[in-house]
Design a protein around this ligand. Structure first.
Ligand code: FEO
Ligand code: CA
Ligand code: CA
Ligand code: CA
Length: 598
């Protein structure tokens, strides 16, 4: 971590109240301003955003995408060890789209090619070169060579053990080395060598496969039988770029075979934001699941590179990757993500934990697979079927793992478990202790001896819920200053403050005691927690990063007004009046120029 002068008083601000305003609320002494809303021109010919949503698909691909999610700020001079807090690349995900808001009259069936292409273009990632003016305002650096949109159809490569495998061969890539686009990019990650990682979460929903018995690479991930979530496969006039979302055997002919297209999704994708011509790399060694994001352990010269990633679905797992080659600052790069061991977590009742290898050369794993009657042809087959491999290994089924965060000094790992209404009294366990877990919790662990260890010790940091909710074994009892539900985004700043963002459902926001989705901040040592930000109506608060000096914070507001129809918007944030709701970044500063969180 970079060196940040400790704030004079951390958590010195007055906690704000829960509320349901169609606005951003921050503590007294802080200011929040919207920035880079959906549709803001950032590349190409920089086409202006049109308030009636009549921008074309081609224009959308030069503008900010929709539904901002995880993000990172790369200081412009980070590659040379610099820590600029006035200029850098802000890189962020666009998780999915709201068709009712994206198109002037909402979506039409069967899908017109133009609407479909616009939706695909509003997905993906934005790389935006930004700078702070002498007046202290952040702006886009127009015509910067770094400004770039990556979309749901940008050419990408498969890297690591799955590259070239028979199960990723498609018409587009007969040698199984390439695919088009990244979809449903949630949370994110960034590497110690200054690249961005985007995580493919609910990609399965974009595909369909009507086969009576789907292949396990589709079935175990929930690919639908009748249609994709946006019916892209129905786009008219039909074209290969749309029909690829139908992976049914019956749709495949010798000349147009996309049965394997879904197998090219479900990965962590590495993007070099400083090389606008770079081809994004899908890093298959990190496993295939509903990747929420990825977070690295603090690196040490000569030790392996270690990363954690959660699979956000009910009763899915938390994973750890350990590189085969050691990390050295001077030679670190994407190759460290191509060869290593993928583990899955088992949380034992006595507070210990085990990392179970998903490795076809590991005798224990091979023996378990034999007992379960599961056959994997090679390590690529294990990775394509990561969820099945984790079932075989006997991992602990979790309450929807979302973001992870690593303490900058202690290396403790924290993970949000957002909720799990499918957990019953019969299957609670110490790490997931509540049946019908509607409000979620945060678990944490510390590796034994070294970051690459296969054993750890864990406890529960926080049980979320209404005022009065207590976390057993601690003196934490939630109050009106910090009651919360459905924790999701999670990030440690370099002062060791833990920022927690919520993703409550619409009904939990409208009927619960929590108000709109929000962001809180915790001191993990004292367990003091305060509410710092409340978002506008029907949004999710997700994605947070600061400049190295801790004096500018960027927070993403996703899908304000997500219960809108094409004619009735349930939020008008950020422009107000009767305007169209737009996902946007929010820039937060302290009015006295101080450190955010003080
Ligand atoms: Fe896209 Fe699990 O949040
Ligand atoms: Ca999330
Ligand atoms: Ca969520
Ligand atoms: Ca979301």
């Amino acid at each position: 971590p970079v060196s940040v002068p400790p704030a004079p008083v951390l958590l010195g601000f007055a906690a704000i109240a829960a509320n349901r305003a169609d606005a951003i609320t921050v503590p007294a002494g802080y200011t929040a301003k919207p920035f880079l809303a959906w549709g803001t021109p950032i590349a190409g010919t920089y086409p202006d955003f049109l308030e009636d949503a009549s921008n074309t698909a081609v224009e959308q691909a030069m503008q900010m995408g929709m539904n901002h999610d995880g993000m990172h700020f790369f200081p412009i001079n980070v590659r040379s060890g610099g820590e600029s807090s006035t200029e850098g690349l802000l890189v962020m995900n666009h998780e999915y789209v709201e068709p009712n808001v994206l198109h002037p009259q909402g979506p039409v069936l069967p899908r017109p090619a133009e609407q479909t292409a616009k939706e695909i273009a509003a997905h993906g990632v934005s790389v935006v070169h930004i700078e702070k003016t002498a007046q202290g305002e952040w702006q886009v650096v127009a015509n910067s060579p770094f400004n770039r949109r990556i979309t749901g159809e940008t050419p990408m490569e498969l890297a690591g053990p799955v590259r070239g495998h028979a199960k990723v061969v498609t018409k587009y890539s007969p040698d199984g080395s390439r695919t088009r686009g990244t979809l449903n990019n949630c949370a994110h990650g960034y590497t110690p060598w200054g690249t961005y990682l985007t995580a493919e979460e609910n990609w399965a929903g974009y595909f369909m496969n009507s086969d009576e018995t789907q292949v396990r690479e589709h079935r175990r991930y929930g690919v639908g039988r009748s249609n994709g979530r946006y019916f892209w496969e129905t786009a008219t006039p039909t074209a290969d770029r749309f029909s690829r979302f139908n992976a049914s055997t019956i749709a495949a002919s010798a000349s147009e075979d996309y049965r394997n297209e879904p197998n090219t999704f479900g990965w962590i994708v590495e993007i070099d934001p400083f090389n606008p011509d770079s081809v994004p790399q899908k890093r298959t060694a990190l496993g295939r699941f509903a990747h929420e994001g990825i977070v690295f352990a603090n690196v040490t010269e000569g030790e392996p590179l270690v990363a954690y990633s959660g699979d956000d679905a009910r009763d899915e797992y938390i994973y750890k990757y350990v590189s085969k080659a050691p990390y050295f600052k001077n030679t670190a790069g994407g190759h460290l993500l191509n060869e290593g061991t993928l583990y899955v977590a088992r949380f034992n009742a006595d507070g210990s934990g085990d990392w179970l290898a998903l490795d076809i050369n590991n005798p224990e794993f091979v023996a378990k697979a034999a007992v379960a009657g599961v056959v994997f042809s090679d390590q690529a087959d294990v990775l394509l079927n990561t969820r099945l491999a984790a079932d075989v290994a006997g991992a602990t089924k979790m309450d929807r793992p979302e973001w992870g965060a690593v303490h900058p000094e202690t290396s403790e790992v924290y993970f949000t478990l957002t909720n799990n209404t499918a957990r019953t009294e019969a299957n609670v366990d110490p790490a997931n202790p509540r049946a019908n877990n509607t409000t979620g919790h945060i678990i944490r662990w510390k590796e034994r001896n070294s970051i690459a260890a296969v054993q750890f010790d864990w406890d529960i940091f926080l049980l979320a819920g209404d005022v009065g909710t207590a976390t057993p074994g601690t003196d934490l009892v939630l109050t009106a200053d910090n009651h919360l539900a459905s924790p999701d985004g999670l990030w440690f700043d370099n002062n060791g403050l833990l920022w927690i963002q919520t993703d409550m459902s619409g009904s939990q926001q409208s009927s619960g005691p929590y108000g709109n989705n929000q962001m809180l901040v915790a001191d993990p040592q004292s367990r003091q927690i305060k509410r710092f930000l409340v978002g506008p109506t029907d949004c999710e608060v997700t994605g947070v990063i600061m400049t190295p000096d801790h004096r500018t914070m960027f927070v993403n507001i996703q899908h304000p007004g997500d219960r809108s129809t094409a004619t009735n918007f349930t939020s008008n944030w950020p422009a107000g009046g009767t305007s169209r709701p737009r996902s946007a970044t929010v820039i937060i500063t302290k009015d006295d120029g101080g450190i955010i969180g003080s």
